[in-house]
Write a protein of this length. Structure first.
Length: 325
């Protein structure tokens, strides 16, 4: 896989060191200045000469082999879709970072196929999660110091397998349900929680109303929200199976097509997702009011990324859908 030879230090740029090179600094100590496998750069030459290294033992990969750092760079470049940057190699690994806040999407099937090729190892964060700018979302490397060109070429041919989709704020309609709030018996504590979550994403509330447990009244207010310019409607409370919990029925009466009522995600399993004239309408269970993180916190970024969620999207949430408490 390699050939070993001695070359003048000035001619070693682009070649790989065959062993560690120790640097001694009087009064300070000694340690490796360059590790085995390091690819010499022009910037390294002055230090190497100052260390007394006029010649170097270097490895040269045989034809058809790729050094680990070049392999990692190529894997990162080929795999990165929109919204990503990547670092310079460090210990043979290249890290991919989110270029902006957004929704991380990983083509899991493609990623698994690449990791099955042979000596390629790529690890990512979980698909469909919110990430902040600068977050490391993947690491690309190969196991040996050199790897067959054919393996890297196969991975490159599979195309991008990761991206960070930008988020676009949507004007929201907020309908707080419950006779106890509608009739002023207790203050509204649900609405402010939702408004705070929307504010984090820059989503203005263009319509806010209160409704009792009459499905027809709530359905009418859903329609009013659309007329007021809402491109996302959130109905809080009334999502359980009790007789007075009428929000699911109200969403249906408004004419929305229900994607799911109930999701394999805890907390927040009594969540409803529907679409009315292309506008997402969500029924938010009580857990959203008192739990720091629920299914709503995972669905909202996907909606703002422009995704139209299907029943299968919610089915997949069962894996990883039990949040620590």
């Amino acid at each position: 896989m390699f050939t070993l030879r001695v070359v003048p230090t000035e001619e070693a740029v682009g070649l790989m060191l065959a062993h560690d090179l120790t640097r001694i600094v009087p009064g300070e100590g000694k340690g490796p200045a360059f590790r085995r496998g390091h690819v010499v750069t022009a910037a390294d030459i002055p230090l190497l000469l100052a260390m007394g290294k006029e010649h170097l033992y270097v490895w040269e990969p045989l034809p058809g082999m790729v050094h680990e750092e070049e392999a990692a760079r190529r894997l990162a470049a080929a795999g990165a879709g929109q919204g990503l940057t990547w670092d310079s190699p460090a210990e043979g690994k290249v890290s991919l970072r989110a270029a902006h806040r957004g929704l991380l999407r990983v083509d899991v099937a493609r990623l698994e196929a690449i990791n099955a090729i042979g000596e390629i190892t790529i690890a990512t964060r979980r698909d469909a999660t919110l990430v902040e700018a600068g977050t490391v979302v993947a690491g690309c490397k190969v196991t040996p110091l050199v790897v067959a060109e054919e393996q890297i070429a196969r991975a490159e041919a599979m195309g991008p397998w990761i991206q960070v989709k930008p988020l676009a704020p949507l004007p929201a309609g907020l309908i707080v349900t419950g006779s106890e709030v509608f009739k002023g018996r207790i203050p509204d504590k649900f609405g402010p929680v939702v408004e705070e979550k929307l504010e984090r994403f820059g989503c203005p509330v263009v319509y806010k109303a209160y409704s009792d447990d009459q499905a027809d009244r709530t359905a009418a207010k859903i329609r009013e929200a659309l007329a007021a310019g809402a491109r996302m409607v959130l109905c809080t409370g009334g999502m359980s199976v009790d007789p007075d919990d009428a929000t699911p029925g109200a969403i249906r009466r408004a004419g929305a097509q229900v994607v799911t009522y109930g999701v394999p995600f805890l907390p927040g399993s009594m969540f409803m997702m529907a679409y009315l004239e292309g506008v997402p309408v969500m029924g938010l269970p009580g857990a959203v009011m008192y739990e720091k993180e629920t299914v709503f916190d995972h669905v909202l970024p996907r909606v703002l990324a422009g995704e139209i969620l299907t029943k299968q999207d919610f089915v997949r949430m069962g894996h990883g859908g039990l949040l620590p408490r």
